[in-house]
Write a protein that binds this ligand. Structure first.
Ligand code: C5P
Length: 235
């Protein structure tokens, strides 16, 4: 079951990240580096981790013009990460260009292509959040549309809330399409700013490929014990 867990390294320093990695690396499949740690520790730190054999999901959620995102994607591929993501809201051309340029670059250098995911709607957002920014669809419809578009553009999968797993599986006809879900809260944790949450056990039973967990583990006094508790919950 540890093969399903991605731990979000949402900490402010490289030293804290290294300490957590050391204590829990045998309990997770991969580590996620997001905006906070990337801004603090930089791309060299990412390279150090990938060089030591760790699987890294670089969660920088690119959203810019197609050329900029595609070129950033190539730089990410050079870092040797296992997975990275772009906002599906950036549109079809942005996603297609990124897939094409990253694939061509990796083929020309004989590198393994990182998996590229589309972020659908953030798990901290709900129908009200979408209304505020002028999107009239429900979160469920918006996620489904963005997941279908991501699949059509050749992305390897999407990031979505566990509540949308079923509707994505029903609407995307690719068996290899990955679904990665944050917004995971074990029975012992609180939701914080996440709005569309679910327990790890429920998410896995709905057929998710990977669950991303951050604060329920990081804010616990003993992250290793928290992960062990989650693994027991899942089994
Ligand atoms: O602490 P928590 O378990 O809520 O962490 C979830 C992680 O997943 C955070 O790093 C957050 O940035 C990320 N994430 C998310 N929703 C998305 C994509 C990424 O919560 N749609």
């Amino acid at each position: 079951m540890r093969e399903k867990i991605i731990l979000a390294l949402d900490v402010p320093t490289k030293e804290q990240a290294v300490e957590i990695i050391r204590s829990v690396k045998d309990f997770v499949a991969a580590f996620k580096i997001g905006l906070q740690l990337f801004t603090a520790a930089g791309s060299e730190f990412v390279r150090e981790l990938t060089s030591s054999g760790l699987k890294i999901f670089l969660d920088l959620k690119f959203h810019d013009i197609p050329n900029t995102v595609a070129k950033a994607g190539v730089e990410v591929a050079k870092l040797g990460v296992w997975m990275f993501n772009v906002h599906a809201l950036g549109g079809a051309e942005m996603m297609r260009r990124t897939v094409e340029e990253v694939t061509n670059f990796c083929e020309s250098k004989n590198l393994e292509k990182p998996k590229i995911l589309g972020v659908t709607v953030l798990t901290s957002a709900d129908d009200e959040t979408l209304k505020q920014i002028g999107i009239k669809h429900s979160t469920e419809d918006a996620v489904r549309n963005l997941a279908v578009l991501s699949a059509q553009c050749g992305l390897d999968g999407v990031v979505a809330s566990p509540h949308e797993i079923k509707s994505i599986r029903d609407s995307v006809e690719r068996n290899d399409f990955l679904i990665v879900t944050p917004g995971i809260r074990p029975s012992f944790a609180t939701a914080e700013d996440q709005k569309r949450v679910m327990t790890p056990k429920e998410a896995i039973s709905l057929g998710v490929d990977y669950i991303v967990i951050g604060r329920p583990v990081l804010q616990s006094l003993n992250p290793k014990a928290a992960l062990e508790k989650i693994l027991v919950e899942i089994q």
